[in-house]
Design a protein around this ligand. Structure first.
Ligand SMILES: *[C@@H]1O[C@H](CO)[C@@H](O)[C@H](O)[C@H]1NC(C)=O
Ligand SMILES: *[C@@H]1O[C@H](CO)[C@@H](O)[C@H](O)[C@H]1NC(C)=O
Ligand SMILES: *[C@@H]1O[C@H](CO)[C@@H](O)[C@H](O)[C@H]1NC(C)=O
Length: 183
């Protein structure tokens, strides 16, 4: 009698654990959304180098070693997530000035890119909890981009640098870590 009820409790507990794990989505990022985001960011404005921005080329250096060939999937996805999160924070903290005197970027494409970026951050939130924290160079990088955005004369270049580097991140992740995404 005693063993039977214990067995029932154990079975019920195992069952609820199973139900709980079944509702947690698999941790991954949809490759087609990453690809679409990359294409939008590439096409929304003129290619780097923007001539007038060359003096600021050395002011913010993206830590590329986070995406070297030997990087494991979990680390690469985490680095991608961290890059998009840093970029989203910059978009939240500073206004993008489009049009005359500002950036020649297509507003609709920028909006579409940001929607995909938000979607990737939401769906990929689980990757940021699975691996060790990313390269400390990442926060230094976004700090340096912010320094460019804070000065009126370098703000446009700060955005161009950010776009160039996020584009590099998306492109590199897709090429070097293609199989890490869900397709
Ligand atoms: C950030 O700027 C500082 C000061 O200019 C520089 O020494 C450092 O290398 C830069 N770091 C990154 C990651 O851009
Ligand atoms: C990484 O792999 C790509 C494709 O296999 C290759 O073209 C590239 O040279 C490699 N880069 C490094 C730093 O090993
Ligand atoms: C860019 O880097 C140069 C050289 O290191 C420095 O003098 C300048 O203050 C930096 N500009 C900004 C806006 O961070």
């Amino acid at each position: 009698m005693w063993t039977a009820s214990v067995a029932i409790v154990v079975v019920l507990q195992l069952h609820s654990v199973h139900v709980m794990t079944a509702t947690v989505p698999a941790c991954g990022l949809p490759g087609n959304v990453v690809l679409e985001a990359q294409n939008l960011l590439r096409d929304l404005g003129p290619a780097f180098p923007v001539r007038s921005c060359l003096p600021y080329n050395g002011n913010a250096t993206f830590p590329r070693r986070a995406f070297t060939n030997g990087t494991q999937c979990r680390q690469a996805l985490r680095a991608l997530h961290e890059s998009l999160q840093g970029a989203e924070q910059v978009f939240e903290d500073y206004d993008v000035a489009l049009g005359e005197g500002g950036l020649a970027w297509d507003r609709h494409m920028l909006d579409d890119f940001q929607n995909l970026q938000n979607r990737l951050l939401r769906e990929g939130g689980c990757v940021s909890t699975t691996t060790p924290p990313p390269d400390p160079g990442m926060s230094a990088y976004f700090g340096n981009v912010s320094a460019l955005l804070q000065q009126q004369e370098s703000a446009t270049c700060g955005w161009s640098v950010l776009r160039r580097d996020v584009l590099w991140v998306l492109n590199t992740a897709l090429h070097r870590h293609h199989s890490c995404f869900s397709w």
